[in-house]
Write a protein that binds this ligand. Sequence first.
Ligand code: DGL
Length: 272
Amino acid sequence: MPAARDPIGVLDSGLGGLSVLKALREELPNEQFLYCADCAHTPWGDKPESFIVERTRAIVHFLLRKQAKAVVLACNTATAAAADILRKELSIPIIGIEPAVKPAAAQTRTGVIGVIATRRTTESARYLSLLRRFAGNVKVVTVAAPGLMECVERGDFNSETTRELLLKYLTPIKDAGADKLVLGCTHYPFLSEAISEIMGPEVELLEPGKPVARVVRMRLQKAGLLNPSSSDIFRCTYFVAGAEKHLPTLKLLVPNQKRDAAFRPNIFELPA
Ligand code: DGL
């Protein structure tokens, strides 16, 4: 049985989920976290659905062995492929992430929204159902953006190569007149600066971190699993497949590292 003092597991194909971890930390400062990044197998977004389901399942079970009381799939691609399957198999709360099509469609003034995400997400039944349910009255320009997550994994947030790739993916969205851009992959918030330079300041970027963190709080509260202890030190243990190679970017991206005098990232190899 999970206990309130147990940690929350967070997973992604790589380091993108750290954008979600940052929001989780702000919303749930008393909680401890375990973060798993499957960096040695990225990108998930170009792989078959069965591969993503198997990797996600293996990492969730790894987190369960580490006493995770809930798991956040901080990955749109994993949510689209595996969330429903894992919820049937497991009894702990599994919280997923979907592209923020609903708020973007509700708030657009131009009637046009853009979505960038991995190919696996844009082609998923879950995404198509999201469009059917919430975006019937607006024009949605969906662009699959292979290669972008790799820029983030390399720590290449605003280089010439990254900007060229972004220009290619964002031009059709900009030309269509979108005023909302949904960042449908958890890696993309780390490219926000470069994205805004191309889209212009009037286009709002929607990322899921904060809304998802609020959902996690609600789910834990409902299950009586909110950690009652109070702590001002952010406690997260990182498990990264191929850790050595990804250490420089990981250290750049771990949330609010500088503000925590006592904070040392505790990094281990994620078993294959
Ligand atoms: N960060 C992931 C997402 O939100 C997946 C990136 C990838 O591995 O392709 O979709």
